[in-house]
Structure formats: C-alpha cells, structure tokens
Ligand binder design. Structure first.
Ligand code: ZN
Length: 417
C-alpha cells in the first residue's frame, strides 16, 4: 500500500481517490470492475471491488461463508470541499482570462486565495469513453485584493462574494477557450469532447512539519486519511474473522443525498448481490442486525487559539489516537454498545482513543455514519483522526494518528471485538 502522503498527492478528486484505492486493491488480488459492468460472477469472487464515479465498494468475503453472523463495514467519504469548473468554463474581463467555478460543499473560501491551482477530474467523449486527468502544474490563481484597496479588512474581516470574488485567473489570451487549452494539454480532440467533471486543487504537495515532525499538512486530509486507512486495513487484514467490506462514498460534503452518496442505495445493492451469489439462507435484515459499521471521518482537534469553541472536557489532541465522536442528537451515529466494545478492544491492545462531543453552543458537523446506519439499520461507530483547519484547502493533522487508525481497524477486523 502506498504511503498516506503519496495517496494524498495523487488523489486531487474523489475520482482519483477511487482510482488510487482500486489500484492498490488490484495489486493484492482484488478483482475490480465498474459497478455497471459487474455481473454475478464478479460478486461471487472472494475479493472484489466495484466502482461508480467517486464511490467504491470493496469486499473480502470468502465464498464458503454462506451464512455469516454479520458483516463488518468500514466506511469513509471520498470527496472534499472545493471549486468545480462550470460547463462554460471560460470568461474574460478586460484582458484577463478567468474560470467559471461552482463552490462545492463548505469551502473555507479565504484558504483558496493566492494558491497555485491545478485542475483534475474526468473528461467525457462522444464515443462514450472518459479519461481521468490531473494537470499537476500550477495553471490558475485567485489573487486576494491588495490591503490598500480593502482598508476595512482589519476591522470587519475578509468578505468574499461567492460568485464575484472566487473566479481564478488563468491567462491573458482571451481568444483561447479553457477547454481548447485543456484538450491540447491532454492530447485529446476538442471535437470529441462532450463534457467534463473537473475541479481545481492546490498543487502544493503534502509535507511533514513541526519541531519534531509532529504534523502532517496537506489538502483533503478530510477525508482521504480515512479512505487510506480503511483500504490499508482491508489489504493488511488477510484473514478476516467475518466478511469485511470497505465503502467509500461520494458527496458527503453536500449531504450524501445522491446515488453515490451514503444516503443512496449503492451499499445496500452490493450487499444484496454478494448475498445472492453466496446463496445465503438469511435475509438481509437478519444479517444487518448482527453487523457493525465503522464510519471513519476526521474530527476537530482542540484549537489553541479558540478554546471557547470547544467543550474542553471533550477536546481531542493530535497524536493521542483516534477520536470516537458522539452526539445525543444523532449527528453522529455512535452506538453506546458498539463504542463500549471498541474501547474495550482498543484498551486491551494499547491503542489510545479519545472522545469528542461538540460544545453545546456550536453547530455540530455530521458524517456518513448516520446516513448509512439509518438506511441499513446497522449498529455504527463514528471515529476518525483529530485535525485543525477542517475544510481549508490545506489542512493539518498529527503524523501518528493515521497509523493508530489503521491499527484500530486492523484490530477490529481480525478479532471478535
Ligand atoms: Zn469529512
């Protein structure tokens, strides 16, 4: 399995996350198919993967287990907030060439200013084919207004208009369409191009920093750390005690309500096909009630400059282990009994864990756990590494926590916890 930093550096979009994950799984014997093309014989395989857009379901389910007690599912989301290109991508203003972008999810807009941006995603062609691309060199930038022209910034803060102020500049040749430039760069014919799903991304690679190398800094730590950890654990756990699945869902940052999101039917359909091919005698409901879902997504670490934003008795710190996220209002799906079993197993294996509960005066985030738990009726725990700068173009977590997360997942996958 590639390192976390390599995974982050080659995965600028959810499509690339799925591509990177399925490639790693193929390397160790998992058969990969698009969901559309996968027939019964594919789902009969002990180790398989199906992909659809930015979503992926992988399983390790030996065929002889026809009557499983339950299944263990590790879930994470593959998408991150960002700037997506609109179909009519080029605009020109007084000699500047700019890009028309759509804001995806809860972007910290200020963090995208003065960054050197590349473009990545999918190109679609008239022959029905598509091509995954990543222009890894800086081609665009959203310049912040000079302080001389924004004298109120110190008193009133930075105000950014989502339509007017977030348009990147990418050139001065106003007769050139962005798609023409892109086709030339990617060596494809503009006449065959029928559409695209492209995003901008920060071309700066991940780095380790801090006096003792304590911190990992990168784009998209939320939630590619979890995607990497669940895939790595599936690969390392070669003898699971029960059928084990990994589900990477897209569109969590916009509410998960899509066919490839956690609120959609993808996981349920794949589980149905896996049971059908194994001629399982139990119903899906009978298996669901004994199954466990581990929903992996990053948590807020306590921010030393904003202590008042946290509940200081439930304030995770970086490098002190995975965070179990709880919310009485069910913004997290953590179930008391499952959390107790996980804490007990982790304690016995000397894997540290921490607790997060939001400050009551603050809104609480959410994740895929409540979506898939409600849909499937499977007991769930929400867990993830603590981080700062969540939803910034460049986020920060501890260097030890991703490995603790893999250790925890390996433990849960290889023992009857
Ligand atoms: Zn997340």
């Amino acid at each position: 399995m590639i390192s976390l930093q390599e995974f982050l550096d080659v995965s600028p979009t959810s499509f690339h996350v799925v591509n990177s994950a399925s490639h790693e799984l193929e390397q160790v014997g998992y058969a990969s198919q698009t969901y559309k093309d996968a027939g019964g014989s594919h789902f009969a395989k002990d180790k398989g993967v199906v992909t659809r857009g930015g979503a992926l379901i992988a399983w390790h389910w030996p065929q002889e287990i026809t009557t499983p007690e339950g299944v263990l599912i590790f879930g994470a989301h593959s998408d991150s907030p960002g700037l997506h290109l609109k179909p009519n991508s080029t605009s020109t203003t007084l000699g500047w060439s700019q890009l028309n972008v759509e804001i995806y999810g809860g972007v910290l807009l200020n963090s995208w200013l003065d960054r050197d941006l590349g473009v990545a995603g999918l190109l679609y062609f008239a022959d029905g084919k598509c091509k995954l691309i990543s222009i890894d060199e800086p081609i665009a930038r959203i310049p912040q207004l000079a302080i001389h022209l924004d004298r109120e910034i110190s008193e009133k803060g930075l105000m950014l208009h989502r339509q007017n102020h977030m348009k990147p500049i990418w050139g001065t040749n106003t007769s050139l369409l962005f798609t023409q430039w892109l086709c030339e760069k990617c060596e494809v014919s503009p006449s065959l191009l029928t559409g695209f799903e492209l995003q901008l991304f920060d071309t700066q690679k991940s780095v380790v920093l801090g006096a003792m190398g304590e911190f990992l800094v990168s784009g998209r730590l939320d939630n590619q750390v979890s995607c990497w950890a669940v895939v790595k654990s599936l690969i390392e756990n070669t003898q699971p005690t029960q059928p084990t699945l990994v589900a990477l869902f897209d569109h969590e940052e916009v509410g998960s309500q899509s066919i490839n999101g956690a609120a959609g039917p993808l996981l349920e359909h794949v589980l149905g096909e896996l049971l059908h091919e194994r001629k399982a005698s139990q119903s899906f409901a009978a298996i669901a009630k004994k199954s466990v879902m581990v929903s992996a997504d990053n948590s807020h670490a306590i921010h030393p400059n904003y202590l008042e934003k946290h509940d200081q008795q439930h304030a995770p710190m970086v490098n002190l282990g995975p965070v179990i996220k709880r919310n009485a209002n069910q913004r997290y799906a953590t179930n008391g009994e499952i959390a107790s079993r996980v804490v007990d197993a982790a304690r016995r294996a000397n894997i540290p864990t921490q607790d997060f509960v939001a400050n009551n005066a603050m809104p609480c985030g959410s994740t895929i756990g409540p979506m898939s738990a409600t849909r499937l009726g499977i007991d769930t725990i929400d867990v993830g590494v603590p981080q700062l700068s969540m939803h910034s173009v460049r986020e920060m977590c501890g260097t030890k926590d991703p490995d603790y997360l893999v250790d925890l997942f390996n433990l849960l996958g290889s023992t009857d916890f």
